[in-house]
Design a binder for this molecule. Structure first.
Ligand SMILES: [Zn+2]
Length: 180
């Protein structure tokens, strides 16, 4: 299910379709985001619940073909492997049940400042990192709280990564976006 077709107010910033990502090259030919239908519907609920608070979702990545997970593993140095999925097991992104996201402010349309940047491979990425400003931590925790209320679990090492509860029910896939 394509997220923007379900809810056009979910903003996209698909970094992997640009050179602005840790791999340093575009690994997607299209800037689109997909999730399995129940996960996509849950995400729309999160987006709707955030709106009265002045925020909406900004999605960096959803479903990811397996070949891209393999490429990420190959280009990541050994001491940073905790930030990427082992292709032997595959990623929950490959099952269409994981999403990388942040918030944007409705009033300005701008991405909010969190405790660390997306895909930053440092301790600042931890979901419980105690640094940053109180406002940054409050926004990070708001995102997590709303996601958890709708069936998602945060990855401890990455404040932006969430798995949907039914991920085991879906297979690892390697279909490119243009064939979905
Ligand atoms: Zn992720």
């Amino acid at each position: 299910m394509e997220l923007q077709r379900l809810d056009p107010t979910i903003q996209l910033d698909i970094r992997y379709a640009t050179t602005k990502n840790f791999a340093g090259r575009a690994v997607y030919s299209q800037a689109r985001a997909f999730l399995q239908r129940p996960a996509a519907q849950a995400l729309v609920r999160v987006n709707q619940e955030l709106a009265p608070l002045g925020y909406r979702l900004l999605v960096f990545d959803g479903y990811r073909p397996w070949s891209v997970t393999k490429l990420f593993w190959d280009v990541t140095p050994r001491d940073k492997k905790e930030f990427v999925a082992n292709p032997k097991k595959g990623s929950r992104h490959n099952r269409g049940c994981a999403v990388d996201l942040s918030l944007y402010e409705i009033a300005t349309g701008r991405e909010v400042a969190m405790t660390g940047a997306y895909d930053e491979m440092t301790p600042r990425s931890a979901a419980t990192y105690a640094g940053g400003t109180p406002e940054q931590r409050a926004l990070r925790d708001l995102l997590r709280h709303k996601m958890e209320q709708n069936g998602f679990t945060v990855l401890e090492a990455e404040w932006w990564h969430f798995d949907f509860r039914d991920w085991k029910a879906y297979r690892i896939q390697n279909v490119p976006f243009e064939k979905l």
